[in-house]
Design a protein around this ligand. Structure first.
Ligand code: ADP
Ligand code: MG
Length: 629
């Protein structure tokens, strides 16, 4: 047997880091600015604990493009490095000075906001540079140092004349990466990754107009001055305490996050925990329309104010990915794969915390300003319904505030609704029957009929309502939902609803035979019914079961259902034997006239159900003109 050490040499690793460390080359700038920020925050921390005599001042970070010299400069006024420190922190790949700092000042630096972690960020500079220089002077006042490296494991380190505290990183941009010498590209990157970082970042200058004095002449021209162009807002709203923020502050922060978004958010939820994990953030409920997919990926994820991604899948519960806003947590392990992320215990806790906070907020809005909540309902219902479907705990909580609006704009909670209909809307098995329409216009005549009978009709029109209904029926024992134009409406039996038939049994038999000849049996199941003589003679309904199956298919539910795509559409045709017209059909002697009466009535029923289309509609209109001629 032989034992030994595997010889991993830097020569081999270096090109690997360059190539594969990050899939996105552009993040080099984020890494270098994070280091500059760390250097500044460390200094701030040291000065705050009074460890050293430090004139902290108001340090900024500056980014400069030298297009001619093909160089990019990142300059900070942080704690700087001596030559020894460069040897220690930079020359040792994967040795993190950030980790070390946090370890050393364990208790006091916990909340200092230090970003670095893995000791690899600096090397991302070589993804875009043929040569990198560091010129740095430590706050301790040692000689400034000048380090330089061309991407091979060889470096040079010499003295430098730099006078002031801090570090300047100079990237000699590679010819493959020329885009990073464009002002527009750098602005884009700074706004994407660094917009809310805690130390001011300057990129160039801009002109600003001074306000005119009050007594200025009419044609006075405002004086222009040149000021630093600061890219970021170092103290974004989510880092503040909720008690220090007004409604207006939340709204203007929303505009800062989504400058292209003109619609105001409906309300917001401020997240703020530090045990058992650290998480801050603000979530906004925007108006959400029925197109679920285009609205995702609007929540931005930050780590200590550094933008990481806008894909929060796995961190935010699926049903809340339609919201907007920011989440900031140093506790989310981001350098690991997404599938790992979803299994991670801390991440699971974060996700359920967010879900709980959202439920609590909705509940308090409902309790404290119900009227306002009702007004917003239609814009937020999808999120809530989606949450009720996908998250059991949320489902239980939402029972208190989920609303069921009527076609007349009354809003009920489920228990209020139950109270309202319990004496009037039950079926043979004593189950409550909730009547609903999905479209006020299309189902108008059915809604009217139901209302005439004194039934309460809901308007449930979100694309996932079918799934929610299924769930409600499954979890509440004595309730069933029935669409106004479905056959089940017949199950609602009130005593005075059953009328005596005007027709004898013989006449009924005769009517059945006539109808059989005229009405295609593969499309309609005909049934005779003795209803109010005022009710429509022909009424089309669709079996509730069949319509639901079709709907489920469309919204992606009912997954394993096979062959449903070919399910024939069969409707019920209820013929009201007490109507005058049906009496007339029976009495008509000529076959031709009889058949015309039936097809005209059938078309009218189809029209009422929204089924009359194309050639059938054209023929119907022509026939109707002929009749009134
Ligand atoms: P990390 O930030 O994860 O610690 P990096 O590779 O980004 O790792 O940086 C390595 C170390 O180099 C840092 O921890 C820090 O000690 C030092 N360093 C990098 N940039 C600067 C800077 N601008 N000012 C002072 N120290 C720096
Ligand atoms: Mg770093």
């Amino acid at each position: 047997m032989k034992k030994g050490n595997i010889n991993v040499s830097v020569e081999n690793i270096f090109p690997l880091i360059k190539k594969f460390l990050y899939s996105d080359h552009e993040i080099f700038l984020r890494e270098l600015i994070s280091n500059a920020t760390d250097a500044t925050l460390k200094l701030k921390h040291l000065s705050s604990i009074g460890k050293e005599k430090i004139k902290y001042g108001e340090p900024i970070i500056e980014v400069k493009v030298d297009k001619k010299g093909k160089k990019l400069h990142i300059i900070d006024q942080g704690l700087g490095m001596s030559a020894d420190e460069i040897e220690k922190y930079i020359n040792q790949v994967a040795f993190s000075g950030a980790e070390e700092f946090l370890e050393k000042y364990k208790d006091s630096a916990k909340d200092s906001g230090i970003i670095g972690h893995f000791g690899l960020g600096f090397y991302s500079a070589f993804m875009v540079s043929s040569k990198v220089e560091i010129i740095s002077k430590s706050y301790r006042g040692d000689d400034a140092a000048h380090w330089s490296c061309d991407g091979s494991p060889n470096f040079t380190l010499k003295k430098s004349k730099k006078k002031d505290r801090g570090t300047e990183i100079i990237l000699h941009i590679d010819k493959d990466s020329k885009e990073f010498l464009e002002d527009s590209k750098i602005t884009e990157l700074l706004t994407k990754y660094n917009k809310f970082m805690p130390v001011p970042i300057k990129f160039g200058t801009k002109e600003e107009e001074l306000p005119l004095p009050e007594d200025a002449e009419k044609d006075a021209v405002a004086k222009k001055i040149t000021v630093d162009n600061i890219i970021n807002n170092p103290k974004p709203a989510w880092t503040k305490q909720p008690k220090d923020l007004e409604d207006q502050d939340y709204k203007s922060f929303y505009r800062e996050l989504y400058p292209m978004q003109f619609e105001e958010p409906l309300f917001n939820i401020h997240l703020n925990v530090d045990y058992p994990f650290n998480l801050t953030g603000i979530l906004y409920f925007p108006k959400i329309n029925n197109d679920l997919n285009i609205q995702k990926d609007r929540i931005q994820l930050y780590q200590n104010q550094v933008f990481v991604t806008d894909n929060v899948e796995g961190i935010v519960p699926e049903f809340l990915t339609m919201l907007r806003g920011v989440i900031d947590s140093p506790d989310i392990p981001l350098n690991v794969s997404r599938s790992y992320l979803q299994a991670d215990g801390a991440v699971k806790k974060i996700s359920s915390y967010i879900s709980r906070k959202v439920a609590d907020k909705l509940n308090s809005l409902f309790k404290n300003s119900r009227e306002d909540f009702e007004k917003k309902w239609n814009d937020i219902k999808i999120v809530i319904e989606y949450g009720m479907l996908s998250d059991e705990k949320f489902f239980d909580k939402a029972d208190k505030f989920a609303l069921y609006p009527s076609v007349d704009d009354k809003y009920y909670t489920l228990s209020e609704l139950t109270d309202k209909i319990k004496d009037n809307q039950t079926d043979k098995d004593d189950k409550l029957v909730v009547l609903y329409a999905s479209n006020k216009v299309d189902q108008h005549s059915y809604i009217e009929t139901a209302k005439r009978k004194g039934y309460e009709v809901l308007l449930l029109d979100s694309p996932i309502i079918g799934h929610l209904i299924q769930k409600l029926e499954g979890s509440k024992e004595k309730i069933s939902f029935v669409r106004v134009d479905s056959d089940h409406i017949d199950n609602l039996i009130k005593k005075d609803d059953t009328k005596i038939s005007k027709l004898s049994d013989d006449e009924k038999k005769k009517l059945e035979d006539i109808l059989k000849e005229e009405i295609p049996s593969d499309k309609f199941t005909v049934q005779l019914e003795s209803m109010d003589s005022e009710a429509d003679p022909f009424i089309i309904t669709q079996p509730e079961f069949m319509r639901r199956m079709k709907e489920m298919q469309q919204t992606g539910g009912g997954g394993g259902m096979f062959g449903m795509g070919n399910m024939p559409e069969i409707f019920n045709l209820t013929v009201n034997t007490n109507s005058e017209l049906v009496g007339q059909i029976l009495a008509t002697k000529t076959k031709k006239k009889q058949s015309r009466l039936i097809s005209q009535s059938l078309d009218l029923a189809k029209l009422s159900h929204g089924l009359l289309k194309g050639e059938e509609l054209t023929n119907f209109i022509k026939r109707s003109y002929d009749i009134i001629k």
